[in-house]
Design a protein around this ligand. Structure first.
Ligand code: NDP
Ligand code: GDR
Length: 325
């Protein structure tokens, strides 16, 4: 009998890679999708006939219970969130409702429908914020710097609390930034690679960015979904940092991207205060040694390979007359 998994956030970057990965492992894959006036399934179109989509919303407790009862999963991966940090300042309450309280709704639904379900929570390096320690590991104290980061801290601790209160197999993966050609256009890596491709093809003249000094630990999303699955295969639920252990500034990202297409970034990049944040996370770099030792996980794609892969895909997309969706 094949295992069944329910993925919330299946239409997002990670959801689409995780669905592909679980299908390759022989799972029956279900995805929770919320009702929107315009449907956007572009990231899962290619696998839509192999998965089952169930309507539901992280804001609606009943819909979560019905979804669990319908698909009776062995594993639930909670990837749904308002995930864009900048938006969390203009929509702080909504962000808290989906990204923080949504986790409690789902955990509580699991507890009532089937407490044997294994649960993965998509926690984030944004919880470390103004970092207390370098590199950051599972035991580093949190100091979030945005309403999003605060919401993720809540999601993390409610996962730990349900594990300890009700003995649920509930695991929190503290993932550092991970990117891909399917990354949303609002995030800095994809914004850079998409606009570099446009500039290279003569379709744009400049790239407007915010803070070029912040540093991130950027990996490839395809590598990171494998870590999520490995976490739920462990006998004991736990917390794991997933990262590359390398950090790069936004300026380095821009340099690698423009260099790849033979252009000088100084001629195109304009700093724009609209993209500055009220409070910034200056430096993130993770220590993935626990994930290495316990899960046998390690990243396969380097920073440079990642950026080049994304530019290649964006050039292909634009040359075929496509647009980022
Ligand atoms: P995306 O923004 O690409 O995807 C978010 C998903 O959540 C979408 O499928 C979206 O659906 C869904 N969603 C949002 N609100 C609701 C709701 N109310 N009910 C149901 N579904 C909802 O995020 P990523 O794939 O990049 O990230 C996945 C998860 O991992 C998120 O929780 C994110 O915060 C977290 N994370 C991401 C990291 C990264 O670097 N990518 C790093 C660390 C953590 P819709 O298509 O309808 O908008
Ligand atoms: P982040 O990702 O906030 O780390 O959250 P993002 O790519 O948005 O920002 C990274 C850094 O780049 C700086 N930056 C800009 N960012 C954006 N989006 N647009 C710009 O024009 C720009 N210019 C500079 C930012 O200030 C920041 O320092 C991502 C999300 O996926 C979260 O959901 C996830 O939890 C964390 O990664 C880990």
């Amino acid at each position: 009998m094949s295992k069944r998994a329910l993925i919330t956030g299946i239409t997002g970057q990670d959801g689409s890679y995780l669905a592909e990965f679980l299908l390759s492992q022989g799972y029956e894959v279900f995805g929770l999708v919320r009702r929107t006036s315009t449907v956007n399934f572009s990231r899962i179109e290619h696998i839509q006939d192999q998965i089952r989509l169930i309507p539901g919303d992280m804001l609606d407790q009943t819909s979560l219970q019905l979804a669990l009862a319908e698909c009776q999963p062995h594993e639930v991966y909670n990837l749904a969130a308002q995930s864009f940090v900048q938006t969390s300042w203009t929509q702080p309450v909504f962000t808290g409702d989906v990204t923080a309280l949504g986790v409690t709704r789902l955990l509580d639904a699991i507890r009532h429908v089937d407490p044997d379900i294994r649960f993965y929570q998509a926690s984030s390096s944004e919880m470390f914020g103004k970092v207390r320690e370098v590199p950051q590991r599972e035991t580093t104290p949190f100091y979030p710097r945005s309403p999003y980061g605060v919401a993720k801290v809540y999601g993390h601790w409610i996962t730990v609390n349900y594990r300890e209160s009700y003995d649920l197999h509930a695991t929190s993966g503290i993932l550092f930034n991970h990117e891909s050609p399917r990354r949303g256009i609002e995030f800095v890596t994809r914004k850079v690679t998409y606009n570099v491709a446009k500039i290279k093809l003569g379709l744009a003249k400049e790239l407007r960015l915010g803070n070029l000094d912040s540093r991130r630990d950027w990996g490839f999303a395809g590598d990171y979904v494998r870590a999520m699955w490995l976490m739920l295969q462990q006998d004991t639920p736990d917390d794991f940092v997933v990262a590359t252990g390398e950090t790069h500034s936004v300026e380095e990202l821009v340099t690698v991207a423009f260099d790849y297409v033979g252009l000088d970034w100084h001629e195109y990049v304009v700093q724009d205060p609209r993209f500055m944040r009220p409070a910034e996370v200056d430096l993130l770099v993770g220590d993935p040694s626990k994930a290495g030792q316990v899960l046998g996980w390690e990243p396969r794609v380097t920073f440079k390979q990642l950026i080049q892969m994304m530019i290649d895909e964006d050039l292909r997309l634009l040359e075929s007359g496509g647009k980022a969706s």
